[in-house]
Design a binder for this molecule. Sequence first.
Ligand code: CP
Ligand code: NVA
Length: 302
Amino acid sequence: MGGAVPRFVDVDDLSRSELFAVLDRAAALKRAAGRGEPHRYLAGDTLAMVFEKPSTRTRVSFETGMTQLGGHAVFLGPDDIGLDGREPIQDIARSLSQYVDGIMARVFDHADAVELADYATVPVVNGLTDDAHPCQTLADLLTIRESCGFDASVAWVGDGNNVAQSFVVGAALAGLDLTVATPAGYGIDDDVLERAAELGAAPETTDDPAAAVAGADVVYTDVWVSMGQEDEREEKLGVFEAGGFQLDDDLLDDQRVMHCLPAHRGEEITDAVIESDRALVWTQAGNRLHAQKALLTRLLGD
Ligand code: CP
Ligand code: NVA
């Protein structure tokens, strides 16, 4: 982690060895929780949680995680903190840093998360921006490692969105074999592909979902219309449907299936597929808690 104050704005704020250390710690914390062993490594610490967008998993897993670690979390929704104009982000960052030991932020503009981290004097964790969702990637990698091992081949099928982009970076760091299938015009940003290449390997890219899933052990998808893209809904649904990007029984064979949730059943995935034994989605959702607790102990506790 670079700089005096560690941050987790995207997955490559961790080195490869730091990533594996977080995954190992997550697995250990998961076992400790399963055995009912106390693990109050952040007793007395407070995490501010800034949300510009809604959330189920991120909000509850961070808040519960802090409680289980002996600390406390403060929820700050859009009506509490006006990142869009009540005061400059740098003033929010410097003020919050006087009260709390870490800040988790879910914001629209990725540059806002970077600015928050630049001015905060406590660690800042990205809880999702329009461009990245690195906490999701930690849980995804934990899930793949414990369910299939890192020898698995993974296919991303769908939008080249925030979840996909962080997964591309995480897969490169972890050494996972990854193919990304998106419709033309909805691919991974060039700078993300370049970062992945520098970290080890950029994924193969295609606009053919069937080609991507052939030979894959795990197929991962997410919604076609992310939060903030509601105006593009009709256009995107048309493009993704026409391209055959839905995870259904015709596209899939016996691959394991991942989805970060929330899912739009009948759009990017069928009800039958997400309810099938192939689905790893509930393990993914559960692993958000363990992965983020490991991250928090690393950022706030060391
Ligand atoms: N996967 C995920 O981040 O879910 P929420 O939007 O509910 O937090
Ligand atoms: N791509 C989705 C992920 C939600 C967790 C979104 O940004 O809405």
